[in-house]
Design a protein around this ligand. Structure first.
Ligand code: UDP
Ligand code: MG
Length: 317
């Protein structure tokens, strides 16, 4: 099978038949074999009925329904696990992503052996103030923190080599950073394709302005997990040691002053700023050190402590 189309959706009933028709037209024209996997992320409208009907018409349509809303990341993750095609395409269900882009995405992955091609909505049809401008800032930050040169990390339309989706896990709201997760897993051939974007035809957006707060926090998580996730002591230990060192130095200075420079005009200990600096720094140092140590214990017992993935072997049965 050439293609698996993974489509997460939440209350997009009106768009689905149109999307399915359009996909079919593109695949017939380009002679591509396919499966379409709809993941109903706990819709409360008639989305699931629509998917069932599409499945009766077209045996290549598959569906998974969550009992409640788990979020786009969870939907993508289960879609990835189920996908069987050589190339996996993810796209939004709301007709904002155009199926016409798929043949070219497929070609780039198969012929130029890319691991991942991300769509780039160069011309966007969303609200300028709440989406387009914050999105630019967000992508800048993601670029500089991850070292991946993409203009549009969060584009719903992306293409993956099968091996990539079988070796990554998308959880929480990390769907915004799949290229970063892929890069960690060792898939570094990441490219970009300018894709057509349309205004939403039916329904409403599921992500409001809070996406940027959450997105930014997730970016910090991604950054720290990538750098120190497996060796927390290297972060907390360094900070803690530095802090403890400053605190100790101040303490010794205070003792020195008290012993050798004491006059009857000297301020008492509690009147000196360095006393408070010493106190705070020592406490912070110990706390950071404990945080690092606990982090090490957790990562030592964590289920993914040796989650390396092997791409090839020789000489083994
Ligand atoms: N979506 C989902 N679960 C959610 C939120 C969104 O499966 O909890 C789907 C949604 O139905 C759509 C895609 O994710 O197919 C992108 O969402 P949306 O179009 O609302 O985002 P926007 O285009 O406004 O960024
Ligand atoms: Mg949309």
């Amino acid at each position: 099978m050439n293609l698996s189309i993974v489509i997460p959706l939440l209350n997009e009933s009106e768009s689905l038949p149109e999307l399915h028709d359009w996909l079919l037209r593109v695949f017939t024209l380009n002679k591509l074999t396919y499966e379409i996997i709809f993941i109903d992320d706990g819709s409360t409208d008639t989305s699931w009925d629509t998917i069932t009907k599409l499945g009766e018409k077209d045996p290549n349509v598959k569906g998974i329904k969550f009992r409640r809303n788990y979020g786009k990341s969870a939907a993508l993750n289960i879609g990835f696990a189920a996908a069987q095609g050589d190339v996996i395409i993810t796209m939004d269900a709301d007709l904002q992503d155009s199926p016409e882009e798929i043949p070219k995405l497929y070609k780039t992955i198969t012929e130029e052996s890319y691991d991942l091609i991300s769509g780039w909505k160069k011309k966007r049809y969303d609200n300028t103030l709440t989406k387009n401008i914050p999105s630019k800032l967000f992508n800048r930050a993601a670029q500089s923190m991850s070292g991946i040169k993409l203009h549009d990390f969060n584009c719903g339309l992306k293409a993956y080599r099968r091996e990539v989706v079988k070796n990554i896990e998308v959880y929480g709201e990390m769907h915004r950073y799949i290229p970063v997760i892929a890069k960690w897993a060792g898939f570094t051939r990441i490219g970009e394709q300018i894709v057509e974007h349309k205004a939403r035809k039916y329904g409403t957006t599921k992500f409001g302005i809070e996406r940027f707060v959450n997105g930014f926090l997730d970016l910090l998580t991604i950054f720290f997990m990538g750098k120190f996730g497996k060796r927390p002591m290297h972060f907390f230990g360094v900070m803690g040691t530095l802090s403890f060192f400053v605190g100790s130095f101040s303490t010794f200075w205070l003792i020195y002053e008290k012993v050798f420079m004491y006059t009857e005009h000297s301020r008492t200990l509690v009147e000196k700023p360095s006393f408070y600096i010493a106190l705070t720094m020592l406490i912070i140092g110990v706390i950071l050190f404990i945080a690092g140590f606990l982090g090490e214990l957790i990562s030592r017992t964590g289920g993914d402590r040796n989650a390396y993935n092997i791409s090839e072997r020789i000489g083994f049965e």
